[in-house]
Design a protein around this ligand. Structure first.
Ligand code: MG
Length: 439
């Protein structure tokens, strides 16, 4: 038996806004950041659980405070008791009646719960000596169903249906694990497409993406229609007709504007339109889906919980579902969302990038392939080539594919030196002279 003795939090920020990496129509100057935690126990194995919430700078301190508000549920607790029943542990946080008032089940507090839940999964996977995707992919269908809170879901997905989905995928699990290790998981890249990049940089990065084996790239749109048409023309001419080009408006438009704007971009053969409007607007997304068909609508990186995803699917408001490892309440809720997507036969193409999101979310897609949907068809994980060097187990993306992580854990652990150097506001990277010289 062991006890959780400490939960340490870190406000870590990377000054990415200096180079306009990550710039889009709504987020002009992001500093990729992590409200980060590490869970420490008194067990002799020395394993720690690491997790984070991704933010884009200001507000990272608020998110760190939200994680601190959950410490009382963790410190002093029996580690095995928490890890052995992760379904009950999830409910312990999400059903905290006082903290629940702040959502319910959305926003700052819900994201903080996600970080703590994911850190516990990291610890559980390390103790099992497995990467998270394999740990999950080897649990029984019954154990997996027990992870999920079906409250608010049963009009779309019952526990019995979830069990059936897991059982149907069970016979092929081993074979698909092998397949992943042999062929990897498809990726697409957003690296060429940030709004702040020059036309020359866009063309160069498009050429490099094709050379690197990506079958799909993504461009940010929604700032200015003529700019979008010019940039899409450059991208299409550079990559040729066979590479898919998705576009992402980052919530910029109203419903009618989304439909009319996309009519102007349709000639460039768009693979999907991502986040055309508010992530809360289920009926708006449904109207846009009808208005821009056959172009699929993709969304999810800001969808706050499984309930909104359920409605999006029920209303045929999205045709590509984009989970995010650090938006909802962690691994458990993302498994519920993967099940919903499987039930409605909608492909899952996770949102990633930022800092650590690629490292974390690849485990969920790989688990989905092994134990939920059982297919790679129409599925791919976003790839952005930023900040991977700060992670103990950085992603391995080659030939346009993610290669499965084999190290134990959930992928979120950063090097201690990075946590210290980019600590905000006191870390060396944020000292006035460093910022001035680098700028
Ligand atoms: Mg996006």
């Amino acid at each position: 038996m062991s006890i959780i003795t400490a939960v340490e939090t870190f406000d870590v920020r990377f000054p990415t806004s200096k180079h306009l990496d990550g710039s889009d129509a709504m987020n002009a100057d992001p500093d990729y950041s992590a409200a980060y935690l590490r869970i420490i126990t008194d067990a002799a194995d020395g394993h720690e659980g690491h997790g984070f919430v991704f933010t884009i700078g200001r507000g990272n301190d608020v998110e760190t405070a939200a994680i601190n508000a959950l410490k009382g549920h963790v410190i002093g607790r029996n580690t095995e008791e928490l890890l052995d029943d992760m379904g009950a542990t999830w409910r312990l946080f999400v059903h905290d009646s006082q903290l629940r008032w702040l959502g319910p089940e959305k926003g700052v507090m819900h994201m903080a719960i996600g970080a703590v839940v994911n850190a516990l999964w990291d610890l559980k996977a390390k103790r099992a000596g497995l990467p998270l995707w394999q740990l999950l992919g080897r649990m029984t269908p019954e154990e997996l169903v027990n992870l999920i809170d079906f409250r608010y879901l049963t009009d779309a997905l019952t526990p019995e249906e979830a069990l059936e989905i897991f059982r149907k995928a069970e016979p092929g699990r081993r074979q698909r694990e092998e397949e992943l290790l042999t062929v990897g998981y498809p990726a697409y890249t957003t690296t060429p497409g940030w709004l702040g990049y020059s036309d020359e940089k866009l063309a160069r990065l498009c050429r490099e993406a094709v050379k690197d084996g990506f079958q799909q790239i993504k461009l940010k749109v929604g700032g200015d229609l003529e700019d979008d048409r010019r940039r899409l023309k450059i991208a299409r001419e550079t990559v040729g007709p066979d590479i898919r080009i998705a576009v992402d408006a980052n919530q910029r438009w109203d419903v009618a504007e989304a439909i009319s704007w996309m009519k102007e971009l349709a000639e460039f053969d768009v693979a999907w339109i991502e986040e055309p409007t508010s992530p809360d607007d289920v009926l708006g997304h449904a109207a846009i889906s009808r208005g821009v068909a056959p172009i699929p609508v993709a969304t999810g990186e800001h969808v706050q919980n499984r309930v909104i995803f359920k409605q999006m699917l029920q209303a045929d408001a999205l045709q590509v579902l984009q989970i995010d490892a650090a938006r909802v309440a962690g691994v458990n809720e993302n498994i519920a969302i993967l099940l919903l997507a499987a039930k409605f036969n909608v492909p899952v193409c996770p949102h990633a990038g930022g800092v650590g999101l690629c490292e974390a979310v690849q485990h969920l897609s790989m688990f989905d392939f092994v134990a939920v949907s059982g297919t790679l068809e129409r599925r791919m994980i976003e790839f952005v080539d930023h900040l991977h060097e700060h992670f103990i187990t950085p992603i391995d993306v080659r030939q346009g594919r993610y290669w499965p992580p084999l190290a134990q854990g959930a992928g979120a652990e950063m090097h201690l030196a990075s946590l210290q150097e980019f600590s905000y506001p006191g870390g060396p990277a944020w000292m006035p002279e460093t910022v001035a010289i680098a700028g």
